[in-house]
Design a protein around this ligand. Structure first.
Ligand code: NAP
Ligand code: MN
Length: 267
């Protein structure tokens, strides 16, 4: 990994963590890596924290395509779907980076457009939820097909790696990130003689576009979540979601496949 030697660490600054990181910085420098003070100068961006911190690291650095991301969890035994390394055993990380015991994996990203305006990227999911006690109503289109009219709490559209997060809590399937696709799951849909939804999650292929038209009935200020960040847009009428051309490249330890991580986290 000789040409990839600028490391940027993304974490919430606190004295204790700062102290814990010093030996890691030292060791990295001794082994020919530079620690840079801005993400723009890095070719490897390392989050320190949990999966939530990894999501922030990717978002705040703009879903960079020209660098690798990886995550370090803080406490021994703390697992993470996005984090291959552990702070207690950081020497392992430096060692494997030196000896190229790493592979690169690529995670699909979804692209969300709100009100035919700006696009946003998500590594976990975009969530559209009623912000009121009342249900939200939206027409759901798959490409040009009017598929269903949803009335309920909201919809979660997740990437494969996001499938173990919010999506899993609402009984969505866990999806292999080797599949370029995205999944739509319901939050408490009403099902009666007026409103009928599929009722199960569905998975759309890479060529599909999901379009949501939110009924302008007063409950048209849903909370839109992009991974762990809320989108500050008030009135929402149109949301489209598709698979992005972007991929997040992460460094992965050998023998630490997606399904090993799923097993380690949940079983
Ligand atoms: P949080 O409320 O602390 O996250 C909830 C948990 O989800 C944390 O334990 C987090 O792990 C974990 N997580 C995040 N991404 C994951 C993934 N891809 N697979 C498995 N677990 C994952 O908030 P956060 O840490 O900022 O994470 C944001 C995510 O929380 C959102 O993207 C959404 O998926 C999820 N969320 C879930 C629910 C729910 O299940 N009811 C509701 C809202 C949001 P760490 O502790 O390692 O950070
Ligand atoms: Mn968290």
């Amino acid at each position: 990994m000789a040409e990839r030697s600028n490391l940027y660490f993304y974490y919430k600054k606190d004295d204790e963590l700062e102290k814990k990181l010093q030996p890691l910085f030292e060791l990295a420098r001794e082994n020919g890596f530079d620690i840079v003070d801005h993400a723009d100068k890095a070719n490897i961006i390392i989050s320190v924290g949990g999966d939530g911190m990894f999501l922030q690291a990717v978002r705040k650095t703009g879903f960079r395509q020209d660098c690798l991301y990886t995550g370090i969890t803080r406490a021994e035994g703390e697992a993470g779907l996005y984090c291959d390394f552990n702070l207690e055993r950081f020497d392992e990380m430096v060692h494997s980076m030196m000896h190229e015991e790493l592979e690169v994996r690529r995670f699909p990203v979804i692209e969300t457009n709100v009100n035919n305006n700006t696009s946003f990227y998500c590594l976990n999911e975009v969530s559209i939820r009623s912000s009121l006690i009342k249900t939200i109503t939206m027409d759901v289109y798959i490409d040009d097909l009017h598929f269903e009219t949803f009335q309920g709490d909201g919809l979660i559209v997740s990437t494969p790696t996001g499938s173990t997060a919010y999506n899993k809590s609402i009984n969505g399937a866990v999806v292999d990130p080797k599949l370029p696709c995205f999944q739509v799951s319901e939050l408490a849909s009403l099902n009666n003689n007026r409103y009928r939804t599929l009722g199960s999650s569905f998975i759309l292929g890479a060529e599909r576009t999901l379009a949501l038209q939110i009924t302008q009935d007063g409950n048209d200020h849903p909370i839109i979540g992009l991974d762990n960040e809320a989108l500050p847009i008030r009135n929402v009428h149109d949301v489209t979601v598709k698979l992005s051309d972007k991929l997040i490249k992460t460094i992965k330890l050998k023998n630490n496949s997606y399904w090993e991580r799923v097993k380690r986290t949940f079983l």
